[in-house]
Design a protein around this ligand. Sequence first.
Ligand code: IPD
Ligand code: CA
Ligand code: CA
Length: 266
Amino acid sequence: MHLEQEFESVRNVGREAVRRAGVILLEGYSRDIKISYKGEIDLVTEVDWASEKEIIRVIHASFPRHGILGEEGGIVPGPGSERWIIDPLDGTTNYTHHFPFFGISIGFESEGEVLYGIVFDPLRNQTFEAVKGEGATLNGTPIHVSETPLLSRSLLATGFSSSQPEDPRRDNLPHFNRFSRKVQGIRRTGSAALDLCYVAMGALDGFWEIGLSPWDTAAGSLIVREAGGRVSDRQDGKHELTSPLIVASNGLIHQEMISLLSEVTC
Ligand code: IPD
Ligand code: CA
Ligand code: CA
């Protein structure tokens, strides 16, 4: 199969996987669901598991030899470097409280590089998508980061890792404190994947968080970059999927964000 044809199938599989997972999320949203705890405050539901299982089924129906890294334990090594990185429900806490902000995030990686990403918000029927080198879209229409030039004119978002209470190195409050005096506002939406997409479409000017996992950022960070934004680690170096801190922005306020983050050493 030609590379282009194969890539078209990657895109089709991503779209089909989020569409089917979206049906599962919406169905679960309207009834009582089983909730379990991964930690003191870290939730997982039967819907997270059902969504991941369905996404993996769809991927393996077309690409049986591709590897899988799924948040809820769906880890299947493949013989090659192709790997799908899945967050079957980003925003589980929102979901269980009926706070209407959550999504599904899927990234496709080859030779260590994310080449395709899709994030789907089933309540708003919004699909954010990016192919490396081809730009980013929302429901098929190209999107771009904002043109806000200064931190003092910016609206940011952040999040707090559910492991934060036990790990002082992941304490985001000192950063939150500093940023809150310098920006117009900070949102804590509860879905890192959607936060990144909101940076990509210019509704947010920047986002940072400590302690995210590859499934939270694989798709969203490609979508930000392809929308003309910048994604880095805390020293403004390359953001790897395992980097402890992510900074994403419209590019124009990036340096200001990096210098403010450097004021707290942890
Ligand atoms: C969480 C959300 C949240 C972020 C947490 C993540 P989950 O993902 O993205 O916004 O602040 O760090 O763990 O657990 O709902 O998939
Ligand atoms: Ca997540
Ligand atoms: Ca999740």
